[in-house]
Design a protein around this ligand. Structure first.
Ligand code: ACO
Length: 376
């Protein structure tokens, strides 16, 4: 037997690192980034301000924000080699694989590739945040057989994303809703993908390698992949009138309903409350109101039957759909927000590193004699 003392399945409740980034109150259903309530940030700040808050410790002044935004804008273009790599992928390739490829390739081509100093890592965090957004949109257009849309220097991060995706300048209301959703996704303490990035960096591997791993972790349907699954569920239901029968059948079959439940929030996910309002408005304005109505009814019925709460990925699904984001880009879009938090965590991890190396509880056979091949 190994000497590992206690098995904690799924590391539930285990505190794995100190962090000054995110104050998550699961019982109270509250969330703050560096002390600022998430609802205030989503309603009143921009993604750029939140990225500054996460990486540099405080909200920027106007002058700081201008300089910071200019740096992010300058970092938006992606290398020609990445365009070429996207053209080599099959058209049906999962956009999350293209994103993982992007992180690896941007790492290989990064001017600070061999430099793991704090200054270089802040530069990498900024480049990754701008470049992954461009990579998502570029790959999407290439897979559709369309020309990529170069970034627009005069647009903020959120509006520029929608512009690069569609080739059209988004209405201010859409850009604002998208900006708020990027903020809501930007950071969330020690979730599975952030933990993954911290594990990778704890070996003193580089930031791009850690991000490629984080992209792999967030893709699963129990994590960021749930948003896409929510939209597929809504499409499967098809009409508001079908919700009740769907819920009865799904729960009877013990089906896991995506977008519901959370490891830490038990009473409610505060991000879902903000996203619900954004989804309602976006669905109404786009004429896609039925998806919101269906989501609300599904929320009510599932909550009443099982006490499950909608998580961040629930109302973001009808919101993203109403904003014209293709369903298989929902998870890449989550990455476009979460990259700010991942990289902020990596800066913390490098600053006070200790190799993350837990133990396993051995359940195999006891020690036994080796038998040579000819006698087995
Ligand atoms: N649908 C149906 N039942 C559920 C759901 C769900 N979405 N979530 C939890 N339950 C039930 C489980 O069946 C279990 O019931 P039981 O005790 O009768 O067996 C109980 O609630 C506890 O569930 P666990 O899976 O043990 O709880 P855990 O803390 O591991 O799960 C998780 C958290 C993975 C998020 C889970 O709620 C889930 O699978 N949700 C759906 C996927 C999802 O939406 N993921 C996104 C999370 S947010 C994010 O990562 C961005």
């Amino acid at each position: 037997m190994s000497e590992a003392p206690e098995l904690i399945r799924g590391l539930e409740g285990v505190v794995a690192a100190e962090t000054a980034l995110c104050d998550l109150d699961g019982a109270g259903g509250r969330l703050a980034y560096r002390g600022y309530d998430i609802a205030d940030l989503a309603r009143r700040a921009t993604f750029e301000e939140v990225a500054h808050l996460l990486w540099r410790g405080d909200l920027p002044t106007k002058a700081q924000l201008d300089a910071f935004s200019a740096e992010l804008v300058a970092a938006r273009p992606i290398p020609d080699g990445l365009h070429a790599a996207f053209r080599l992928l099959p058209k049906a390739a999962d956009p999350m694989r293209a994103l993982q490829l992007s992180a690896a390739m941007l790492g290989a081509l990064d001017p600070d590739a061999a430099d793991n100093s704090p200054e270089a890592n802040v530069r990498k965090a900024m480049r990754l945040t701008s470049q992954l957004a461009t990579a998502i949109c570029t790959h999407h257009r290439i897979r559709l057989g369309k020309e990529p849309v170069p970034p627009a220097k005069d647009l903020g991060h959120a509006a520029n994303f929608l512009f690069m995706l569609t080739g059209e300048r988004p209405p201010a209301v859409n850009a604002r809703a998208f900006d708020a959703s990027l903020i809501l996704y930007a950071e969330h303490e020690m979730n599975a993908s952030t933990f993954t990035t911290r594990v990778i960096s704890s070996t003193l591997s580089d930031m791009h390698s850690a991000i490629a791993g984080g992209i792999g972790a967030i893709k699963g349907p129990l994590h960021g992949g749930a948003g896409e699954a929510v939209m597929l569920t809504l499409k499967e239901i098809g009409r508001v009138e079908n919700v009740d029968a769907f819920v009865e059948k799904a729960l009877g079959a013990k089906r896991r309903l995506m977008g519901f439940g959370h490891r830490v929030y038990r009473a409610g996910d505060p991000r879902a409350a903000v996203l619900r309002g954004l989804a309602e408005e976006a669905c109404r304005l786009s004429g896609e109101g039925m998806w919101f109505e269906m989501a609300v009814r599904l929320h009510e019925r599932v909550n009443r039957a099982k006490g499950l709460i909608p998580n961040v990925d629930f109302y973001s699904a009808p919101l993203f759909y109403a904003l014209g984001i293709p369903v298989d880009l929902f998870t890449p879009v989550i990455v476009a927000g979460r990259i700010a938090g991942w990289t902020a965590h990596l800066l913390e991890q490098y600053q006070d590193n200790r190799l993350i190396r837990p133990r396993g509880k051995y359940t195999g056979p006891p020690r036994r004699q080796f038998v040579p091949l000819e006698r087995r």
